[in-house]
Design a binder for this molecule. Structure first.
Ligand SMILES: O=P(O)(O)OC[C@H]1O[C@H](O)[C@H](O)[C@@H](O)[C@@H]1O
Length: 565
């Protein structure tokens, strides 16, 4: 990481140069930039690890990129990348490394961190996960009444939910054949609504819960876990119409129906997870960076360990590229610099993520946590308030659906938004039936046509039309909205791994330039504490008169509703 004494980015010479350069470029429309540079595609597009990154529709030119690369250099990006990958304590507020990249090192690699090779431990944790996965896929994991497990429900939230949820959905086509069928589900919300749905339709005899929580203190997950345990105990320790087998002991039920995944084995044991059903990981893996290890259990259950390891290998290919490629060809660095340019120099602080592939339905939700929880910060690593913008507001959903929802604002709203379009070049080759394949391939072409059309219209506005006839103001498109397009050769475990790693490293490079710590999340702590106090007051154990009028009114409304029955 950059040295503790480095200047904040706004004090670096390249920042001032970029400010002046932005003043010159601000009035230039994107279509003009394209008009004057026929080589934009070649200049601003790079290919690596099965991904094509097209940055040519950003509102920048060759000089911009040169100045941004100087900024990255002056901010210490190359040495920060080394510090990250070699296991230096880059998470300064928690005084520990951030070593998610170690989770995807090849088995034969070594990585010495503070005198210890950590690769062997990582491989052992993967091997333990593999043993559990094999038992489930072989139909050998039996519930307390002796029936093979058919459903696995992951109880986790944030980083213990979003990554596995996103990847299992994206790679559902990669289910292994000839295994005992195990369906994987996710329940995260503390209100219990997702869990209640599963409890209403799953058979307790054949359902296993994975308690996924790095800290094993997250109330959302623990409250779901307690509800699940009571449901199992209620159904399996006594005779019921639902369960055919004779009642079994509570101890056996907890043992056979719960796996724990956490960095705190003590807390897993306290909760009652059997030691051999505990999958561990390390404090040096951030929650939102944890899908690559044992938190990835639901992924391995859906796609099998071979595909899970391909996911890791794809991410590792991007790690190597990040570590070795010169900055001007380095995909994560370039993607990060485009973001810095938009946020800090063009004042574009809204960012939309728009995949044109239904399998990437949860990608935007995943990135919302990755980017905003990492870089939604306003103090430097030395604890001083920043006087420049950091992470933009980021949101998104499937592009084709968003076209019918919020693209209106992208095309004719009052503010600039930068968009990331994401799509695979090839799809549906594996569909056996020729007629269905032909139809689906046509649908893929349709989706790509829409993807390419939208970024073009956002760029050119009215000029995307050949006919430049007069039209009323409400039908005009100003264009000039920048975008990035990421094309996957095809969506595989490896290219998905590379795509996720691309964004992880982009977030890191931006954090280095902004001089903030992307690996902590202190901003979520106060809300948790006040929620505990508020719960006490709702339960009648606190002093409501200390509260503000609005919060008091809300609680009183709830009390009144409870009394009404
Ligand atoms: O995995 P856990 O310890 O249960 O944490 C789950 C999530 O909750 C926290 O409040 C954090 O904001 C997230 O970064 C984290 O991923």
């Amino acid at each position: 990481m950059a040295s503790a004494s480095r200047a904040t980015p706004d004090k670096l010479p390249a920042w001032q140069t970029l400010k002046q350069h932005a003043d010159e470029l601000k009035g230039v429309h994107l279509k003009t930039l394209f008009g004057s540079e026929s080589s934009r595609w070649a200049n601003f597009t790079r290919h690596e690890a099965g991904l094509t990154l097209d940055l040519s529709k950003q509102r920048w030119d060759d000089d911009t990129l040169e100045h941004l690369l100087a900024l990255a250099h002056d901010a210490g990006v190359p040495s920060a990348i080394d510090a990250l990958l070699s296991g230096k304590r880059v998470n300064v507020s928690e005084n520990r490394p951030a070593l998610h990249t170690a989770l995807r090192l090849p088995a034969e690699a070594t990585l010495n961190v503070e005198g210890e090779d950590i690769v062997a431990g990582v491989q052992e944790s993967l091997a333990q996960m593999e043993r559990l996965v094999c038992r489930l896929h072989a139909g050998q994991w039996r519930g307390a009444t002796g029936k093979p497990i058919r459903h696995v429900v992951n109880l986790g939230v944030g980083g213990s939910d979003l990554g596995p949820l996103m990847v299992t959905h994206a790679l559902a086509d990669y289910r292994p054949e000839n295994i005992h069928p195990v369906e994987v589900h996710f329940a995260s919300t503390m209100d219990g609504s997702q869990l209640a749905d599963y409890l209403g339709r799953l058979n307790p005899e054949t359902t296993l819960f994975v308690l996924s929580s790095k800290s094993f203190t997250t109330i959302d997950t623990l409250s779901n876990a307690n509800t699940a345990r009571d449901w199992l105990l209620g159904r399996l320790t006594q005779h019921s119409d639902f369960v055919s087998a004779p009642p079994v002991s509570a101890e056996l039920i907890v043992r056979q129906h719960f796996i724990g995944v956490s960095a705190s084995p003590e807390k897993m044991s306290e909760w009652g997870i059997a030691p051999d059903h505990q999958l561990k990981f390390w404090e040096w893996v951030g929650g939102r960076y944890s899908l690559w290890g044992t938190i990835g259990l639901p992924i391995a259950l859906v796609v099998g360990m071979t595909h899970f390891r391909e996911l890791l290998a794809g991410a590792h290919a991007m790690d190597r590229h990040f570590s070795e490629a010169p900055m001007e060809d380095n995909l994560p660095v370039l993607l990060a610099l485009a973001g810095i340019w938009n946020v800090n120099f063009l004042d574009i602080r809204a960012h939309s993520i728009l995949p044109y592939d239904g399998r990437l339905e949860y990608f935007a939700a995943y990135l919302e946590q990755l980017e905003m929880e990492s870089n939604g910060k306003s103090v430097t690593r030395q604890g001083q308030a920043v006087n420049y913008s950091t992470c933009p507001v980021l949101w998104g959903q499937l592009g084709p659906n968003a076209q019918h929802a919020f693209y209106q604002l992208l095309h004719q709203g009052t503010q600039s938004v930068v968009c990331d379009f994401i799509a695979p070049l090839k799809r549906y080759d594996e569909v056996e039936d020729p007629d269905t394949r032909r139809h689906l391939k046509a649908q893929h072409r349709l989706a790509l046509a829409n993807c390419f059309a939208q970024s073009r219209v956002l760029m050119l506005g009215d000029d995307a039309l050949d006919d430049d006839g007069p039209r009323p103001e409400h039908k005009r498109y100003r264009g000039n909205q920048p975008s990035t397009t990421v094309l996957l050769d095809t969506l595989t475990p490896a290219t998905l791994g590379a795509l996720i790693a691309l964004y992880e490293h982009k977030v890191f490079v931006q954090a280095v330039i902004w001089d903030i710590n992307p690996f902590d999340q202190w901003g979520v702590e106060l809300g948790k504490k006040i929620a505990t106090d508020t719960q006490g007051i709702i339960d009648g154990q606190g002093d409501i008169t200390r509260m503000d009028a609005s919060s008091r009114g809300l609680i009183e409304a709830f009390w009144a509703a409870e009394q009404d029955g």
